[in-house]
Design a binder for this molecule. Sequence first.
Ligand code: SF4
Ligand code: SF4
Ligand code: FES
Length: 858
Amino acid sequence: MAVIHVEGRPYEVKEGQHLLAALLTLGFDLPYFCWHPALGSVGACRQCAVKQYQDANDEQGILVMACMTPVQDGMYVSVDDPDAVSFRRAIIEWLMLNHPHDCPVCDEGGECHLQDMTVMSGHTYRRTRFPKRTFRNQDLGPFLHQEMNRCIHCYRCVRFYRDYAGGGDLQPFGTRNQITFARCEDGPLENPFSGNLVEICPTGVFTDETFRKHSSRKWDLQTSPSVCIHCALGCNTIIGERYGALRRISNRYHPQINGYFLCDRGRFGYEFVNREDRLREVRGEALGDLLQRTPAIGIGSPRASLESNYALRSLVGAERFSIGVSDLEARLITSAREILTHTPARVPTLREVEEADAILVLGEDVTNLAPRLDLALRQAVRRQLGQQAAAQGITDWNAAFLKLIEDVKRGEGNLFILSPAATALDGIARRTHRALPGEVARLGFEIAHTVKDSAPAASELVSEIATVLSAAKRPLIVTGTGCLDVRLLRAASNLARVLSSDDRRAGLVIALPECNSLGVSYLGNTGVGVALEALARGEAETLVVLENDLHRRADSDAIEVAIEKARHLVVIDHRTTPLAERADIVLPAATFDEAAGTLLNSEGRLQRFWHAHLPDQPIRAAWRWLGDWKTITDLRAELAQAIPELGGLSEPTPETEGPVPRQSPRYSGRTSMHAHHDVHEKPPPPDPDSPLVFTMEGQPNPSRPELLSRYWAPGWNSVQALTKFQVEVGGMLRGGDPGRRIIEPTDEGNYYASPREDAAGGFVVIPLHLVFGSEELSARAPAVRERVPSSFIALNEAEARRLGVQAGETLSFSLAGRTWTLPLAIRAELPDRAAGLPVGLPGVPPITETTLQIGGRA
Ligand code: SF4
Ligand code: SF4
Ligand code: FES
């Protein structure tokens, strides 16, 4: 620790950081623009000036930029010094010279860092009279709106987009006073993390296009803390409702998971909840009466909460409950759970992923399956390169130096990728290798064998990877279920096992596709195909389907046979699925913004999400259709008793937490927004399922971060107010990490034997997961739909030539006994005998088998 003197008073601060971070952590209000806790310092905006003195007797001092000045023991500084104050005021006046001053019509208004810093710096009047400079804006597609005239040239956008997220299509253009931040031409930003520009840009240059269509303000949103439901990483979000519709998703800082950033699927995939074609009416008789008369099979869902899945399981009985994924995937996620809970390796948080010093990605395209993991792996590689800078005494927040080193040393980090298809991370990998999943797994087994027995390596590739992983202090193995190949999981498990010892724990990440993929594995292991077979055999007369489109999980012939046999079909969902259209009983289910629930992410962390508003009648939380629990707390208590691993997460209730307001103190229109129906203000609806209330009364508790639904502090109206809720800037939250980890390393488990070779014959299916299109719910959001590509089947050039077909021609193929046709796309990098199928796209069959036969041109 170091002692610094601010305005003559001593404070203890952490060494190694810069003065701006130290002062903000201490609670001083010092304006800044170009610095960001995740991006480091470049000293570009000159807004964070403070006075630094030589010692206690120095009365002159010099102006320094706090973000570029390392903290030193015994240093004397002043934030309030008149020179520093007037310097900061002059800087913001210059920055504002060309600003359009259009706050009333700007979507950032009311939560704008530039507004806050302008007020904080004391700039109140614009003195200049000349015409302002103007720019042409670009059409950036369905996610982002651009208003370039509001730019203050802090360079945060390109530093995030290019340096942090690896994007290539946003850059500064022009010179001097005419610099614009743009693409070469109109069109959507290609990087799947572009939405973070909304929060990174301190002004209203980049705003959320899906939000701005509805002209709302931060203070008019009814907000709740939530968890993203579009992949298994469980990023934390804030969801905001207005007039009964979900209006936006923004980042909720979780120091161990998403930090400051979400992916675009998570941020913009929400509008499926507002669709007109949602299930909104009840059809058929009461479910309880029916189930008392007839035995039922229940098919749950990895996109539904633990509570709803458990409610269905208790209704139909564990032996008649399916976890709602294909049989192939059921085997995989069962194995994933088995491996993760029986390994000496640690399942790392995303923050820990960023600290890995050697990484092997085995067969997974993380950018498309679990996007935020891509960002974490990028930071790990940047950190690895940055360590070389640290050796020369350069601090880890000096962003310009680090960027220089990254550019020079690109490809020299310790990231290895073995995968069947190209990935977005290939460009920063030290080595990549393309092979069929079985071959990738075999290489994984060989590397593990080489490490374990210090055996001679079978190839130079194996030798290099084994050497680097063995030498690492924090080695990390990343795999996933994307390729539907259990051998990859076993190879990764072996590797993580042999790399773990008494003084070193390797990290093991198994990426999973859906928000509760791991959660449902604690409730059973039966896939949809097996459940349908039982129904077809007449083992039950009723099928209850919970929040699941079975046509994504099983062959449609198998579904038909089972449904024909069943006497009753019950669908509980919010989506209009093909089965919902023909069900005898349809029960409309609440979406994640309308009902609370719990998810288990792929790290093994239980997390609660809370609703921002209540659904319209007769829509209810799915679990309420399935039982007579009075509150979700009652249901959770029963769940925890039945499956103790899924219990133990704190249960905030209105009684224990007091009312936590969903509305801000500035919420407007409460007494008038329903005046066209009724001039009397109705009492807020009761909410027995959460400690949050639908009013502005009550007090958010900063020491319960899992219940925080907005970041707001006096003088800090933008998202940058977050610093006031952290123990230290960029670090932990007051009150600790939300959620509860239920998986920790053990010394149990197996070292798997090498698998058999693939039997030759047919093409090996390579499931191609797409960040936009493969996940069921986000693919139904209008903005995301605009980014979903057309369906295709992909082969490499040589295979296409051998079959005598060309790109764009329609190819016929058979999978699981049925014939399909799709246009051919050439993917040069695919290995021979690989056929890529984009997961979840219209016209693409559910991948229920791992090989297919290609017939030729259709
Ligand atoms: S667009 Fe925003 S983030 Fe980029 S330089 Fe301008 S003000 Fe900064
Ligand atoms: S889709 Fe996955 S990576 Fe993206 S925000 Fe949601 S949980 Fe995070
Ligand atoms: S924040 Fe320090 S110079 Fe920009």
